[in-house]
Design a protein around this ligand. Structure first.
Ligand SMILES: C[S@@+](CC[C@H](N)C(=O)[O-])C[C@H]1O[C@@H](n2cnc3c(N)ncnc32)[C@H](O)[C@@H]1O
Length: 255
């Protein structure tokens, strides 16, 4: 069984270039995938993650439908064999477990001891680092893929130069053929950022990804929820590099 949704996406990629992308996202049920990622069922894994800092990460019986949809829409047919991938903020390691099932290696960067312990328990390589100050330089040119769902934030950076430098350093983690899928969690700080500043910072985040050749999309609320990114955020950006989307969403851009 599969259902389809059609989503219209507008993204302002730079001050002078406006991009409208039409995304037809096929939201497929698990039955159409090669195999389903198991929700965490191992009692030890559940016990470990139940200590996670974030409530939604600690919740072991959480659905993994969001990751099934992401795989169906962006990675159907992707050959993960032998790929080295980093997931920034892996949570319950759904992405890493799905990659491992398909012959790839996923490492995770996080600073929650429960997330790191779960990764180790699952046989993943873990890197203990604060993503607000994370320096990806040691990974430069090493990765076939970079994944990040809801774990980096446009408002974490001091200024546009910092934002651009961080984004460029993420891009540099990848080999020339490497792919990237980054959907930031753009929750606005409770104080100190007014509406105008927020708009400017979000535009600067889009510009920073566009400057290193990534494509910027703005997901609808529904699509963001389908991909497990609901909640109180300023926007729903998705930045992509180097992914073959032939069997996933069809993207067309009007410049
Ligand atoms: C909202 S969860 C998303 C988890 C997973 N990507 C998913 O979509 O299910 C955010 C993840 O980022 C991690 N995280 C949040 N802030 C962080 C920080 N400053 N440094 C390192 N990891 C952080 C959390 O521990 C958690 O694993």
């Amino acid at each position: 069984m599969s259902a389809s949704v059609t989503v219209t996406v507008s993204a302002s990629v730079s001050a002078s270039v406006s991009v409208t992308a039409y995304v037809t996202a096929s939201v497929s049920a698990c039955a159409s995938l090669l195999s389903c990622p198991p929700m965490l069922t191992d009692p030890k894994a559940i016990a470990i993650i139940s200590h996670a800092r974030q409530k939604n990460v600690a919740q072991a019986n959480r659905s993994s439908r969001d990751f099934e949809r992401i795989f169906a829409d962006f990675f159907a047919g992707h050959d993960f064999t032998g790929e080295r991938i980093v997931d920034l903020g892996p949570g319950q390691w759904d992405f890493g477990r799905m990659v491992a099932e398909r012959g790839g290696r996923c490492e995770g960067v996080d600073n929650d001891p429960a997330v790191l312990e779960l990764g180790t328990y699952l046989g993943m390589t873990v890197h203990d680092a604060n993503l607000r100050t994370f320096d990806p330089t040691p990974f430069a040119g090493q990765l076939d893929g970079l994944f990040c769902k809801f774990a980096v934030n446009a408002f974490w950076h001091k200024n546009d130069a910092d934002r651009a430098a961080f984004t460029a350093s993420l891009d540099r983690m990848l080999t020339p053929q490497g792919w990237g899928w980054v959907a930031p969690w753009n929750g606005r700080p409770k104080e100190g950022v007014d509406d105008d500043a927020a708009r400017r910072i979000l535009a600067a985040q889009r510009d920073a990804f566009a400057a290193v050749g990534w494509t910027a999309y703005e997901l609808t609320e529904t699509q963001a929820q389908d991909y497990g990114m609901g909640g109180r955020v300023e926007n729903h950006p998705l930045f992509i590099r180097g992914l073959e989307l032939a069997d996933g969403p069809r993207l067309s851009r009007a410049m």
